[in-house]
Design a protein around this ligand. Structure first.
Ligand code: SF4
Length: 160
């Protein structure tokens, strides 16, 4: 029981643990992350599913900046077919934050390059596969509220 209380709580992108929640219905399971998380109490979640999008679904990208700009009202999120889903994705980000607060989660391991979960890079909003430096919107909101976010590669380099 005492051991369990000492373990840190970590929120994880569901696709990293093998859930097929990516737009194409595939997962991006990372065995090293799975092993590392066995030392923690982890919670898995996909913000885009939480936003009400199904699987499979159209990809979404941030136009006009990254998650920081989005939170500041200076960028928007669109689907590949041009549907503005900004409000939905921001609402989902706030639900994720609330869940972290309720569960006492102070750390997250998120999938890089996603408009929701990215930590260092996201796609540039043109659906052409080009990456820019920037954060996904959920990452940006969690970090603004004191939750530490790692990409999968950053988490692997972390000293335990
Ligand atoms: Fe869902 Fe985040 Fe994985 Fe995208 S990167 S499928 S939003 S958990």
């Amino acid at each position: 029981m005492r051991d369990r209380l000492r373990k840190e709580k970590v929120l994880v992108s569901a696709c990293l643990l093998g859930v097929g929640c990516r737009p194409d219905g595939k997962a991006k399971k990372d065995e090293v992350i799975v092993t590392l998380l066995n030392k923690t109490i982890y919670f898995i979640l996909c913000p885009e599913i939480l936003a009400g999008f199904g699987v499979p679904r159209q990809r979404i990208e941030i136009e006009g900046g990254d998650g920081e700009k989005l939170l500041d009202g200076e960028a928007k999120v669109f689907t590949e077919k041009g549907l503005d889903v900004t409000d939905k994705i921001i609402k989902a980000a706030h639900i994720v934050l609330e869940l972290c607060r309720m569960a006492g989660i102070k750390k997250a391991v998120f999938k890089e390059k996603s408009p929701s979960c990215g930590n260092n890079f996201i796609y540039d909003g043109t659906f052409s596969g080009r990456l820019i430096k920037g954060k996904g919107v959920v990452t940006a909101l969690l970090e603004r509220n004191g939750i530490e976010v790692f990409s999968e590669e950053e988490y692997k380099k972390k000293k335990f």
